[in-house]
Design a protein around this ligand. Structure first.
Ligand code: GLU
Length: 283
């Protein structure tokens, strides 16, 4: 089977060396196997995503020498797809409304004996409380209930949730890895005011675009657990994963959008060539 992979940046800033490494790693894998390379703009957050960053990404990837299929899918143009998916999950009874603020939840975790912010599971509000909050017009988020998801799948399918890791997890995990959605808690899949959240949009599009291999940074390894659950709930195939290490700067910290000096635009303005950058990144 030939490989289909993607680079899925969020246009919230200019690309830096870490993005270049990720995009080149995915693109090289596609080229090596005669596969497909897809560029997808994950621009569902209207407050942080900007058209100039979208244009900057195209410019930077072109400079790097990458080619991608067109038209590029922009998630902001497909919000109804994600809204429909949320409706499907809701109709199946897998979601609940959560009116709690971030602070309410952190306070509750602080009070819990072994609370971990990674595993937020506030649970549904009592029916009368929910009705009152709805009547007041309070904003809420939709959360995916792990209890209901487990009941819907059945214990055996739940225990079989797994993915193949061809790269490495943070502790060097490789091969067939059991998915542990409980580490993510009852994730927010949509907000009343801001629409769909990342996990739903990304799994939807990976399935829609026939992505066979997800090649991305190690910072997204933990997200895989909940994404595998969403794939199972929707009957979508689970792609093969290749999480790659993160590129770090001289200070040992990984590059982030805040470090303006390592943007590809800056390197280009300093006369760095794509070949020199590739040699430095080793990809
Ligand atoms: N849009 C995500 C990001 O910029 C990446 C999504 C993914 O590769 O799964 O971090």
């Amino acid at each position: 089977m030939s490989l289909t992979t993607r680079f899925a940046p969020s246009p919230t800033g200019r690309l830096h060396k870490g993005h270049a490494f990720s995009a080149l790693t995915a693109w090289t894998a596609a080229k090596a196997g005669g596969g497909r390379f897809i560029l997808r703009m994950e621009d569902i957050d209207p407050t942080r995503c900007k058209p100039e960053y979208d244009a900057g990404i195209l410019e930077d990837l072109d400079w790097l020498g990458l080619e991608w299929e067109t038209p590029v899918r922009r998630q902001s143009e497909h919000l109804t797809d994600y809204a429909t998916l949320i409706e499907v999950l809701d109709r199946r009874g897998l979601l609940y409304r959560c009116f709690r603020t971030r602070k309410d939840i952190l306070d509750a975790i602080g009070d819990a004996p072994h609370g971990s912010p990674e595993a937020v599971r506030p649970g549904p509000h009592p029916v009368d409380e929910e009705a009152a909050l709805l009547a007041e017009g309070k904003p809420f988020a939709w959360r995916l209930s792990l209890d209901r998801a487990r009941a819907a799948l059945g214990g055996r399918a739940w225990d079989a949730l797994a993915f193949v890791e061809e790269g490495a997890g943070p502790a060097g995990e490789r091969g067939l890895i059991r998915a542990r959605p409980e580490t993510a808690g009852d994730v927010v899949v949509a907000r009343k005011d801001a629409g769909t959240a990342y996990h739903v949009a990304v799994t939807h599009d990976d399935a829609l675009q026939g992505i066979t291999h997800i090649i991305r940074g190690l910072d997204l390894f933990e997200a895989t657990h909940i994404q595998v659950l969403i794939q199972a709930l929707m009957g979508w195939p689970t792609p093969t994963y290749r999480h790659h290490h993160l590129i770090t700067g001289p200070d040992g910290r990984r590059y982030a959008k805040r470090d303006g000096s390592v943007t590809l635009a800056h390197l280009r303005s300093q006369g760095v060539s794509p070949a020199a950058l590739r040699a430095e990144l080793g990809v």
